[in-house]
Design a protein around this ligand. Structure first.
Ligand SMILES: [Zn+2]
Length: 47
């Protein structure tokens, strides 16, 4: 039973806005924004 939690990621650098699930959130936190590679602060993710 895995329920996917979704977040809205908004990049503070390039203003990219995408919906992400938990694993994508972790990937962005690990590797940065998918578009510009800027490290994502925790506040960039909104439930
Ligand atoms: Zn970005």
């Amino acid at each position: 039973m895995s329920q996917s939690v979704e977040y809205r990621f908004e990049c503070p650098e390039c203003a990219e806005s995408i919906d992400v699930n938990e694993s994508m959130k972790e990937a962005i936190q690990a590797h940065g924004c998918v578009v510009c590679g800027t490290p994502a602060p925790d506040g960039a993710f909104q439930p």
